[in-house]
Design a protein around this ligand. Structure first.
Ligand code: HEC
Length: 181
């Protein structure tokens, strides 16, 4: 490399610039905890919980076959679960679209569905939705999840309706296959 006076100056200044940048980054890292409004922190906590509790693993279109569609993030699955003697259940749209998602649900109604499996219309969700495990969520974490879902951009996408055990499911589904010998 040709060493011009300009590059020499730059090289001498480099540690200073790095130190200044470091201080700026440190300040930035400390900033959110101090200045972030409580509501943003709830949404961030909800996003974190939704990620580790894998809501998208079922509720994102394509995720159940290993091809999650970013346009259908948490917007419902076209692939369902068949539960013997109960029926076939498709993970619904969790975005706040009023017609196809949770737009008309209150935060309390979302919390109830996630922790107790009870929908606003009184139907109990099939155990394909792991609400038995989610029953252990604290009030704050359950509310954070609901607030995060409410903060998502609404996506218009209807998952197929649940079907009873004697009906023909309208879309593909996972079923339990008992091995034969
Ligand atoms: C293993 C798959 C799976 C995972 C993981 C999962 N769900 Fe579900 N969920 C379902 C299925 C299937 C249904 C539909 C059950 C039914 O209709 O009886 C459902 C239903 C729901 C409903 C009711 C929606 C409606 O319109 O009736 C809500 C709310 C919900 N899930 C939220 C969540 C949240 C939040 C998470 C993550 C914390 C999550 N689910 C994780 C499979 C899953």
């Amino acid at each position: 490399m040709i060493d011009s006076p300009a590059t020499g100056t730059l090289r001498r200044a480099a540690p200073l610039i790095a130190a200044a940048l470091g201080t700026a980054l440190l300040a930035l890292a400390a900033w959110p905890a101090a200045a972030q409004p409580a509501d943003d922190r709830m949404v961030a906590r909800g996003r974190y919980l939704a990620a580790i509790m894998d809501c998208g693993g079922c509720h994102t279109g394509g995720a159940l076959i290993g091809k999650p569609d970013p346009a259908l993030a948490l917007a419902g699955s076209q692939i369902g679960f068949q539960i013997p003697e109960l029926g076939t259940f498709y993970p619904p749209n969790l975005t706040p679209d009023r017609e196809t998602g949770l737009g008309a649900w209150s935060e309390a109604e979302i919390v109830a569905a996630v922790r107790t499996g009870v929908r606003p219309d009184g139907r109990i969700l099939a155990p394909a939705m792991p609400w038995h495990a989610y029953a252990a969520l604290t009030d704050t974490d359950a509310l954070a999840l609901a607030r995060y879902l409410k903060s998502l951009p609404p996506v218009r996408h209807a998952a197929p309706p649940p079907t009873g055990a004697s009906e023909t499911p309208p879309a593909p589904y996972f079923a339990l296959v008992v091995p034969t010998r």
